[in-house]
Ligand binder design. Structure first.
Ligand code: TRP
Length: 336
């Protein structure tokens, strides 16, 4: 029997090259090896977007088009929407009852988000501030635990930033199994080495910083964005010799046009080409690299019905699995 994986993303904005390298390429590979569930975490999106949730539904459609554009195949994996499987919330409720507040309050992602989203710091970082001092947001990792446990997934492909949540999930699992009955499966994170990619402004690539290249970006937009990237700050004139190791544009060459890296180093070190030209060539490489994804996602977004059907079927399938777990869990916890 194949092992089961579950992973998810929040539909809070466009998918970009950071998601491709950090997760989606990996998901597309894993779907052949594992029984795979890929979840649109819309309840988790609402936790941060509750003040203005208007974009969520459209983001769901676009995100799923992007996933499929990157190679997820609804014939091979189950793509579903969290809120269409109400069993997540039932399990979340039971897990909330057994999770000590202190486990949630000490969670590093919680503390970090509260800090980053506070008005003063958010303004400084150019991020929209949000009031995340809510009951729901404190419980973010409990719902995430329920997402995983309700499928008894043994493996969870995630980025390093999610390891704390996985550890909490494991603690909650042990507590449940000790208190009631050994039903839930302790999941393992699956970290895959992925190239680190910085955003256009050399900060971490992130939706909230607006420093990304999205799959939906038109070629002209990609050219403009790449043109705005920061290069070696010591190379002021075109005739100055540059340092590729100080240049984010060069690090993109290593990912998106590996065959040209040697030349790019030479253009820079020996001032053979200026940064503008070097960026223009990179932009073309990126446009080419993303060409197929863009084509596929465009086909799909123009056929919204097809996406809705994929999500309907996926969510029904997911629900079948989740409801079996919930039956067992409720019995064990004295609720049935
Ligand atoms: N917290 C995850 C993120 O921000 C999204 C997520 C929600 C998730 N539920 C999950 C990831 C379950 C893996 C498993 O990326």
């Amino acid at each position: 029997m194949k092992k089961r994986i579950l992973s998810g993303m929040r539909p809070t904005g466009p998918m970009h090259i950071g998601h491709l390298l950090g997760a989606l390429k990996n998901w597309a590979r894993l779907q052949d090896e594992y029984e795979s569930f890929f979840m649109v975490a819309d309840w988790h999106a609402l936790m941060s977007e509750y003040e203005d949730p208007r974009e969520i539904q459209n983001n769901i459609i676009e995100m799923v088009a992007d996933w499929i554009g990157c190679g997820l195949d609804p014939e091979k994996c189950t793509i579903f929407v969290q809120s269409r499987v109400p069993e997540h919330l039932e399990l979340c409720m039971i897990l909330s009852d057994i999770t000590p507040l202190s486990w949630l309050e000490r969670c590093p992602t919680y503390k970090e988000q509260l800090r980053e989203m506070n008005p003063a710091l958010a303004r400084k970082g150019g991020v929209k501030s949000r009031n995340l001092t809510t009951y729901g947001f404190l419980g973010y990792p409990v719902l995430q635990a329920a997402d995983i446990l309700v499928y008894k997934a043994d493996t969870v492909p995630v980025g390093e930033d999610q390891l704390a949540h996985l550890e909490l999930t494991r603690e909650i699992t042990r507590k449940f199994n000790n208190l009631y009955k050994k039903i839930l499966v302790e999941p393992h994170p699956l970290l895959t080495k992925t190239p680190r990619i910085l955003g256009l402004d050399n900060r971490k690539m992130s939706k909230s910083y607006g420093n990304y290249i999205a799959f939906k970006d038109e070629p002209a937009v990609i050219k403009k964005k790449v043109g705005s990237m920061i290069t070696d700050p010591k190379r002021i004139r075109k005739t100055d010799k540059g340092h590729h190791d100080l240049c984010n544009v060069y690090s993109y060459y290593e990912i998106f046009n590996k065959p040209l890296t040697k030349e790019a180093r030479d253009w820079c070190a020996n001032a053979k080409k200026g940064c503008t030209e070097c960026k223009a060539i990179l932009a073309d490489s990126l446009i080419d690299y993303l060409k197929d994804i863009r084509k596929k996602r465009e086909e799909l977004t123009s056929d919204k019905e097809r996406i809705l059907k994929i999500l309907k079927e996926g969510s029904e399938k997911a629900r079948g699995v989740a409801s079996e777990t919930i039956d067992e869990v409720k019995k064990a916890a004295g609720m049935a």
